[in-house]
Design a protein around this ligand. Structure first.
Ligand SMILES: NC(=O)c1ccc[n+]([C@@H]2O[C@H](COP(=O)([O-])OP(=O)(O)OC[C@H]3O[C@@H](n4cnc5c(N)ncnc54)[C@H](OP(=O)(O)O)[C@@H]3O)[C@@H](O)[C@H]2O)c1
Length: 169
């Protein structure tokens, strides 16, 4: 079975994904989508994203990349992104329950892994916003859009947003 390596990310019109180690918006419906998409999958994240979330996420295999931290209860920690990917690939090859490695951020991890992804799940947040962490520019010519779903700003969601799934040609 083909192993999927995906990015799941919410980005503004100017590619901002984070500010002061937090998300720069409240989008409750997108967090629900994130939970549904990642549940029962392997999630790989950088140490700062893990700290921003604050705990391992339940019902997912939490893989964290860090040169500083070696041990986190409820998660596996890897000294390099490649080590994390290799371990996740081994699990997918051995256990049919897993066939997707979802990279959930942040900026470092997204930049390091964009070349090896074959799926993108982008939440395009309709705002120009200040931030200090950015998603890389993606040339969508290499990607085929598979689905799109629009959401309107309301009391639970600061901005309009669209969730788009792409697969690499
Ligand atoms: N909008 C979104 O969808 C989204 C998603 C996730 C995160 N975010 C935001 O993004 C921000 C955090 O992103 P960030 O770019 O600052 O940090 P990050 O990518 O989450 O984590 C960076 C850290 O990961 C470790 N790391 C990264 N590459 C490594 C490698 N090749 N080998 C070993 N360790 C490696 C290092 O940890 P050590 O320093 O411990 O070595 C590095 O300092 C926050 O604002 C967060 O809210 C947004």
């Amino acid at each position: 079975m083909k192993i999927i390596i995906s990015h799941v990310v919410a980005l503004s019109n100017n590619n901002v994904i984070g500010k002061d180690n937090k998300l720069p918006w409240n989008l409750r419906t997108d967090l629900k989508h994130f939970k549904e998409y990642t549940t029962n999958k392997i999630i790989l994240m950088g140490r700062k994203t893990f700290e921003s979330i604050g705990k391992p996420l339940p019902n997912r295999l939490n893989f964290i990349v860090s040169t500083k931290i070696t041990d986190i209860k409820g998660a596996r920690v890897f000294k390099s992104t490649q080590n994390g990917i290799n371990a996740a690939m081994s699990i997918c090859n051995e256990d049919k329950q897993y066939n997707e490695i979802v990279i959930i951020g942040g900026g470092y991890l997204f930049r390091e892994t964009l070349q090896i992804t074959n799926k993108l799940v982008l939440t395009k947040v309709d705002c120009e916003i200040e931030g200090d962490v950015f998603y890389p520019d993606v040339d969508l010519i290499e990607w085929r859009e598979k689905s799109t779903k629009s959401f309107v700003k309301d009391s639970n969601n600061d901005y309009d947003f669209v969730v788009k799934e792409y697969e690499r040609f």
